[in-house]
Ligand binder design. Structure first.
Ligand SMILES: NC(=O)c1ccc[n+]([C@@H]2O[C@H](COP(=O)([O-])OP(=O)(O)OC[C@H]3O[C@@H](n4cnc5c(N)ncnc54)[C@H](OP(=O)(O)O)[C@@H]3O)[C@@H](O)[C@H]2O)c1
Length: 292
């Protein structure tokens, strides 16, 4: 069983979390607000965002402002606009939690040419994190946390956008697994690149969490597996514990490049640990996002 959430003091810390409108993200934001952090919630739906802001504000108390930034992360031009807005409003970020994610349905290619789960779950994380490095560098010690998944064990990194967008090869389950493998490889490469800085980068498997991840678009096989697993699933509050721990516990302030489960570094697949795969993913991501 996971240990209880850390209650480390977060007063004076600014935490930006994506996908904060529900599920694990909202539970994470609420708890960090209780611990005193100043929360910046990135959400795509204005109504859900307002509800989330109100519950996080209640947890934060009247003294600490809770901000919402609206962004649909599936378009990289929106992610760039978001990063510019963050840079304008927050000179320093102490914690970045890349939490937003989707379980895809039938193949969807965005108007920018990216498969929907690949861009939402990975390319937006790559872009946002890299663009926010100056704000993270400005903190004495900053933490980057990315939500990955045990689904990564079945993942692989396709070499090209064409392969990912090929309707004959596409499977929603495979696309999700690939994007979650990318979350771990990205974290490993990032941790390596940030070794000499005060920024750490870790990723998380939150457990099997009864959240809003399943949606009407989810393939039937995945939905059936999800419903069979429901009795064993944990609440969003428990699913948020490892993210909260990594964001706030003093004992992990210097730990970087790890895949955490239940507040402890855990085992990931051989592919996820491959240095060569991590730098290959970095190159592919640079090409597909136009970032260097
Ligand atoms: N649940 C699990 O068992 C499980 C297991 C392993 C890993 N994870 C990972 O945990 C993370 C959180 O998932 P969850 O289970 O809490 O699912 P969730 O309840 O569906 O929450 C996902 C969040 O991401 C947001 N989001 C999705 N697409 C977005 C976009 N294009 N732009 C902006 N925000 C977007 C959603 O916003 P809306 O409210 O507008 O949809 C929602 O706030 C994901 O990265 C997921 O892969 C979950």
């Amino acid at each position: 069983m996971a240990s209880s959430p850390s209650i480390s003091d977060m007063h004076g810390k600014t935490v930006l979390i994506t996908g904060a409108s529900g599920g694990i993200g909202l539970a994470t934001a609420r708890q960090l607000a209780r611990q005193g952090a100043r929360l910046v919630l990135v959400c795509r739906n204005p109504e859900k965002a307002e509800l989330a802001r109100a519950t996080v504000q209640e947890a934060a108390g009247p003294e600490t402002p809770v901000d919402v930034l609206l962004c649909d992360l599936s378009l990289l031009r929106n992610v760039r606009t978001l990063a510019a807005e963050v840079a304008r409003r927050y000179p320093r970020l102490d914690v970045l939690i890349n939490n937003a994610g989707i379980m895809p349905g039938p193949l969807t290619v965005t108007e920018e040419g990216h498969e929907l789960s690949w861009v939402t779950n990975h390319l937006s994380v790559f872009t946002l994190t890299n663009l926010l490095l100056p704000q993270l560098m400005a903190a004495e010690q900053a933490r980057i946390i990315t939500l990955a998944s045990e689904a990564h064990w079945l993942g692989q990194i396709e070499a090209s956008q064409e392969a990912r967008n090929d309707p004959h090869k596409y499977s929603a389950i495979t696309a999700y697994c690939d994007s979650k493998l990318a979350n771990i490889l990205f974290t490993n490469e990032l941790a390596h690149r940030l070794e000499l800085t005060g920024i750490t980068a870790n990723c998380v498997h939150p457990g099997m969490v009864n959240s809003g991840l399943m949606n009407p678009q989810t393939p039937l096989l995945m939905k059936s597996m999800w419903y069979m697993a429901l009795p064993f699933m944990i609440s969003t509050e428990r699913g948020a514990q490892t993210s909260i721990y990594l964001a706030s516990a003093p004992e992990v302030a210097r730990i970087s490049g790890k895949y955490f489960k239940r507040n402890k570094p855990g085992r990931s697949s051989a592919k996820a640990q491959s240095r060569a795969e991590a730098s290959r993913l970095w190159r592919i991501s640079e090409e597909e996002t136009g970032m260097e």
